[in-house]
Design a protein around this ligand. Structure first.
Ligand code: 5GP
Ligand code: ZN
Length: 115
């Protein structure tokens, strides 16, 4: 846990969030500034700064995040229409919170290429 990290504080319950799923490895909660009708953030409980800080020890956890993303999309009713999973890495990727997270976006059509 990083004392200054807002997502570590959400994972520990120190800062409130609308949690939609959690287990011993990961937490999923609603984004405070949603960019789609459904906008969920999925994070590891472990403080990992960016995608570049992942190691082979994290392989199972990343697979688990993707599996749970699909389950959340299914449970919230937008899996069949479709959805997008986004990880922003570093400045050009648009990362602003320095705790690894995956955006699960659904409930509308998304364009490609992304902005
Ligand atoms: P990034 O640009 O780093 O990929 O995305 C960070 C996301 O975290 C943004 O979509 C932003 O709205 C969300 N966010 C930032 N602070 C908080 C917070 O305190 N609570 C919640 N639920 N989401 C947050
Ligand atoms: Zn953190």
């Amino acid at each position: 846990m990083s004392d200054s990290c807002i997502f570590c504080k959400i994972a520990s319950g120190e800062i409130p969030a609308k949690i939609v799923y959690q287990d011993d490895q990961i937490v999923a909660f609603e984004d405070v500034a949603p960019q789609a009708p459904h906008h969920i953030l999925i994070i590891p409980r472990k403080h990992i700064r960016t995608t570049l800080d992942l190691t082979t020890a994290d392989n199972q956890m990343i697979g688990h995040i993707y599996q749970i993303a699909g389950k959340i999309a299914h449970d919230l009713g937008f899996s069949e229409d479709g959805f997008r999973i986004v990880n922003n890495c570093n400045a050009d990727g648009g990362q602003v919170v320095w705790h690894l997270h995956f955006h699960l976006l659904g409930g509308r059509e998304f364009v490609w290429p992304p902005g």
